[in-house]
Each structure stands twice: as structure tokens, then as C-alpha cells.
Design a protein around this ligand. Sequence first.
Ligand code: MRU
Length: 355
Amino acid sequence: MIPAIKWEGDRLVLLDQRYLPERIEFVHCRNYREISAAIKDMVVRGAPAIGIAGGYAMASSVRECGETSFEGCYRYLREAANHISAARPTAVNLMWAVDRVLRKALSVLESAERAGTREDAALKEAYAAAVEEARTIEAEDLELNKKIGEHGARLIRPGSRVLTHCNAGALATGGYGTALGVIRKAWEEKKISMVFADETRPYLQGARLTAWELSQDGIDVTVIVDSAAGYLMSKGLVDCVIVGADRIAANGDVANKIGTYTLACLAHMHNIPFYVAAPSSTFDLSIPDMSAIPVEERSPEEVTSFFGTRTVPEGVRALNPSFDLTPHGLISAIITEKGVIEPPIPENLPRIIKG
Ligand code: MRU
């Protein structure tokens, strides 16, 4: 698989996910503002992947800092962190990774200040440490996904027909994927007979990205329009649903791509297991439940036009919430690298995530 994110010298090279599968193009980001813009414009997308890109953006800002006092450096880096974190509001992995790299850079600068090191030398040292931290976040994510795959594959019964939504795969992470990590591992173990990928309107992450990356790996995948999911379930053609997550509240409520809640309701109605796969960096224990999760609204043009062709009459408005919220009561289990959180999710979550 072509990596979605690559740090090369002082640049971040991103596989441009807006054009897949039609064209393979890369965007070279030279500074933190370009990386933030690439996150906002969905060149790179998927919660863990935007976290990794955000981490590199934060590191890049340390190199770009031209302040000549320690106080100025601290202010500059905090402003950069706010700018990067604001690129997309729902996926908490972005803020988590930016904060982790910021803290690393600040700790190096603070020690240097205490030791009487000059600002320019301290910034060089802080930049090297920040890049290293971003690289660690990326490498860790790949490892976590493999663990999620192993834990999740145990839940899949032999011969399963699995439905997934959006793209929670290698393209959306440091590699391998969360929901698609489970599918990859269960496929390898020959437990899956079919994968259905929801098209995932309006951005088509399922049709374009999930179908692309699974077929690249030789995993047989069938794309359906989002509205076909209920029909397939009613016909007994889906054995379980697996999705990723952008943010999980302390009680296990989940924010994920628009359409996830609909699938959870349908799965509940048809008595089909509904699994969420996510690393611990997706958990936001500072918020008690889904009511505090900010849901990104994207441009109505993503709905009124279909790849450049207007499909809605001129003058008609469109609404485009990019995510929705699924209450924990509709979730059969949350699969993390630390283990599987089973119901009652609010009670079991702290033990697995904190312990
Ligand atoms: O708008 P996107 O494409 O960034 O949304 C992505 C999703 O909703 C994914 O399901 C989620 O981020 C999990 S990715 C492992």
C-alpha cells in the first residue's frame, strides 16, 4: 500500500485522498499552515491520520519559529497549536497529537532556558525532539492497529459477511487501519466471506477509499449505496457491522462519519452485532457523553454537487453534518488496542482504557 503520510526531510508528503482511486497524486506541505490546510481540505483524513499529520504540523512550527525570546517561542508555539487543532473539530486525535508534540517541544525549551542555552540552539533541539515525537506517534499507531485487528478478529464468527462505513483503514491511520484492521486480520484468518462497503455520501470514503485499499490487498469488497444497508440486513445478508470512531466520550458514546448512527439503529433492529474499533487516542475522557462532542459541518456544496456536477436545483439549500453521534447502548463492543470493551460500556470502559 502507498503510505498516506510520509515525513521527508523537513516536509510532509501526503497522498491526496481527494483524487483516489482515479489519480495518485501527492501534496508536499512545507510548513505547518500548509499541513493544517491539507487537513481541513481532506487531502488527509481519518481520525488517527489527521492526528499524525497534526503532530508533524506541530513539529514543523518549531522549525518555523523565528522568535528571539523564550517567552516569544512559547507564545508562537501555543498559537500554532491552536491553529492546527482548529483544522477539524470532531476527531480528538488531532488535538491529542498536537498537544503531545507541543508538550515535548515546550519541555525541551524550558530545560534549555533553565540551562541558559541560547534560543536558536534551543529551538533546534526542540525541533529534533518534536519530529521524533511525531514519528513515534505514527509508528505507535501502526502497532496499535495491529493489536486492534487481533482483538477484533476474535469477535468475528467464521463465514461472516461484514458491513463497514466510511474509511477506517490504512489511509485513515498510520497503516493497517482500525475497523479495516479487524477486517484484514479476520480475512487473513479466513473468517470473512464478504465485505460490504457503504458508499458513504457525500465524500464517498467507502466507494473510493475503502474499496480501493481493500482491493489493493486482494480482499473482496462489494460497494453498496448507504440506503441499501437496511434492506441487506432485513434479508439476513449482514452478520456484523464494524466502524471506526472520531471521538469516544467517557461513557462510550461515539462520534463517527455521518450515517453511523443510522447503521447502529438498523443493526439493533435486526439483532446484528455493531462494533466500533478505535485506539485509545480517540477517547476523550474529559467529556461525559456525546452531548459535548462538536460535530463538524462541511460545505453544502459537497451535497449539492457530485464531483463537479450540480445535482440539486440552483437556489436549494443543503445541510452537511459530517459526523453523527451513536449512544453506547447501541454498541455491542468497542475494540481498542488495550482490549475489548463490552457492555455495560460505561462501567467497563475506565478499567480497559485507564488500566
Ligand atoms: O471525514 P473523515 O473522512 O475524516 O471521516 C473519517 C471517519 O469518520 C472514520 O470512520 C474515523 O475517522 C475513523 S478512521 C480510523
